[in-house]
Design a protein around this ligand. Structure first.
Ligand SMILES: [Zn+2]
Length: 53
């Protein structure tokens, strides 16, 4: 995985983070998706963010 301190604002690097029973998509640009109950849904949020950005 990418090192988190390598922040490049030109590059959107999405990851999914588990928070309790939920999964949240996050991006290196600071974007953060809603809490999802499934990692697959969080990944869809991340893909949507990449498509919109
Ligand atoms: Zn982003």
């Amino acid at each position: 995985m990418a090192q988190q301190d390598e922040f490049d604002p030109r590059d959107h690097r999405t990851t999914t983070t588990e928070q309790g029973r939920f999964c949240v998509a996050r991006c290196s640009c600071g974007w953060r998706g809603p809490a999802r109950r499934a990692r697959s849904l969080a990944r869809e949020d991340a893909e949507g963010h990449l498509a919109a950005g």
